[in-house]
Design a protein around this ligand. Sequence first.
Ligand code: ADP
Length: 169
Amino acid sequence: MTPRMRKGVYPGTFDPITYGHMDIITRAATHLVDHLVIAVAENAGKGPMFDMAERRDMVQGEIDALQSDVSARIEVDVFDGLLIDYTRSRGATAIIRGLRAVSDFEYEFQMTGMNTKLDPEIETVFLMATDRYQFISSGFVKEIARLGGSIDQFVSPRVAGRLAEKVGR
Ligand code: ADP
């Protein structure tokens, strides 16, 4: 029997991509799925600092910097509309999400519940944030950058440069 290729979608706003996101991406692409689609959400409602093209570019830049055997299994795409429809259209069977402290739980619990009702064949898989990335959030990274603090522990030098340009520092 030929094993079926497992495809997963990792959706997010990635405004901007952090080491916390990268940890989930590399773990999912290494241990869980054969092909990972990172799906950058339009999410205008969240009022992102970076537009869709900028966020997509930053994610692609981080993937290009990974070892080629890992990056070869990762694709960066953008989507708008219902995540479940997008996931199905890409032929994926799993949605990958990262889980930090309890604060993520309520939202993720509800989203998974709704998505399961919309399509019970698509499973949502949660990866616990690694200890040292547990406290990283795009929101705080932006706030610290705005206030002139150091963000080197949270994002790559490439992303830090883009943030510095954005906040005019
Ligand atoms: P969204 O707008 O969908 O919450 P984000 O870009 O904020 O998008 O996050 C995408 C996914 O990555 C979410 O599942 C989020 O919980 C997860 N995530 C964000 N930061 C971290 C982190 N530091 N460690 C683990 N997972 C994270």
